[in-house]
Write a protein that binds this ligand. Structure first.
Ligand SMILES: Nc1ncnc2c1ncn2[C@@H]1O[C@H](COP(=O)(O)OP(=O)(O)OP(=O)(O)O)[C@@H](O)[C@H]1O
Length: 391
């Protein structure tokens, strides 16, 4: 499987652009700020339904526009399939396949499998938990699109609970103590219903993330040893908010214990007007040779861990989905020493399709059979063609 054409309309800095791609290694080459990352990010969003750079869709839409569109032609066994994603400024993204009817994202994500390695990935090890949750969510959605819907449900329930807690907090501030208006009594009953659903769906999400981390453990350990030496050890530890699921799985016992936890923190949640626990606060840690990587690992070790994590993601997706994902290497060569570049290129050489972005000619990979695309050049050609059509 490979992408033969990628087209975007009103996506970030791009008014409109069409890029033809080939199997093997493709290099998108152009100056800083030209929009290379925007292009590969568009592919990531088409594949996973989200971008690792932002948590909402609004920044993906070109300033001043109300929706963005990403289209890709995918070649598989002589067949071409066109995938199209519409990203509105507000509201849910929708997909279409071969100009068919509009699809919910749960029926669309994961159809094109891709793994994106970028300079931001160092933050997967040392940055805030948001990036690590995003990694888990993107990977799990590509393995099983029903995860995408589950994640949406949990996010929605957390938002509903948060709004009710804010309302209760406000009532308490106005009335003081434990006095409640009829409105806040109704909010209290609704909160109980939302909390029960939040626990049920949240436990399922927690278990899916736990399974994913367990599936990545073997590959990341092997790959890290290949990259850094056989005496090295890496352990991924899940730090879930609903930790009860680790011991008792998705069960009545777990639900009861989580419910009791919610009762204990109720006063605190109302006082602060926000959710204090739930999968939206989950995290995971990397333990490198017995020490937590965050805070202890060197810069080079963080990079190697991030790379090992991406390659483990690639291996798992390839194995579970029975085809190789498209590999995106976004501006990583500028950050890596010659040894690491060579390791990545050796890996890239064996894949169906790889898309690399580089800003400097000195970072162009020194390998045979590379399809170099001058992004400024195709942008000019496309603009001239569009102007001729409109004349
Ligand atoms: N929603 C948006 N609307 C319009 N322009 C945007 C939007 N989001 C980002 N941009 C612009 O996109 C440009 C950055 O593009 P991108 O990150 O793809 O560049 P790049 O070619 O990868 O650069 P570098 O080589 O420096 O990484 C910036 O000029 C930014 O202002």
């Amino acid at each position: 499987m490979y992408i033969s054409r990628l087209a975007v309309d009103h996506y970030r800095s791009w008014e409109s652009l069409v890029v033809d791609l080939q199997p093997g290694i493709n290099v998108l080459y152009g100056r800083n700020g030209l929009g290379k990352t925007n292009l590969v990010e568009a592919l990531e969003v088409l594949s996973t339904g989200s971008s690792h750079r932002v948590s909402s869709s609004a920044p993906l839409v070109q300033r001043g526009q109300h929706k963005a569109t990403v289209r890709a032609n995918v070649q598989e066994d002589e067949h071409t399939t066109t995938y199209e994603l519409t990203i509105p400024l507000r509201g849910a993204n929708r997909g279409r396949i071969n100009n068919g009817s509009s699809l919910y994202m749960r029926d669309f994500v994961g159809r094109i499998s891709c793994v994106c390695f970028s300079p931001d990935d160092q933050h997967l090890v040392a940055g805030d938990p948001n990036g690590r949750r995003n990694f888990l969510d993107q990977t799990a959605s590509q393995l099983d699109p029903s995860y995408y819907q589950l994640k949406q449900d949990v996010t929605h329930l957390a938002q509903q609970r948060g709004a009710l807690l804010k309302q209760l907090s406000h009532s308490q501030e106005v009335l003081g103590g434990d006095s409640y208006t009829d409105n806040s009594q109704a909010a209290l009953s609704t909160l109980e219903v939302w909390t029960a659903q939040f626990i049920q769906q949240g436990m399922k999400l927690t278990e899916r993330r736990l399974q994913l981390i367990r599936s990545l453990q073997g590959p990341i350990q092997d790959i890290y040893q290949q990259l850094a030496g056989s005496d090295q050890s890496v352990h991924m530890t899940y730090l879930p908010s609903f930790a009860e699921v680790i011991d008792d799985g998705v069960s009545a016992q777990s639900a009861t214990r989580i419910s009791q936890h919610f009762q204990r923190i109720y006063a605190g949640e109302v006082a602060r007007g926000q959710n204090l626990i739930g999968p939206q606060r989950d995290d995971m840690a990397f333990v490198l040779n017995g020490m937590e990587a965050k805070g202890y690992a060197s810069n080079g070790e963080e990079w190697t861990l991030a790379l090992a994590l991406r390659l483990a993601q690639f291996q798992l997706l390839a194995q579970e989905n029975n085809h190789q994902p498209i590999l995106i290497l976004d501006d990583v060569f500028a950050q890596l020493d010659e040894h690491r570049r060579r390791q990545i290129l050796n890996f890239a050489n064996d894949q169906n399709q790889v898309i690399i972005t580089v800003a400097a000619a000195t970072d162009l990979p020194q390998v045979d059979d590379v399809h170099v695309i001058d992004v400024a050049d195709i942008a000019d050609q496309h603009r001239i063609a569009m102007e001729e059509v409109s004349l």
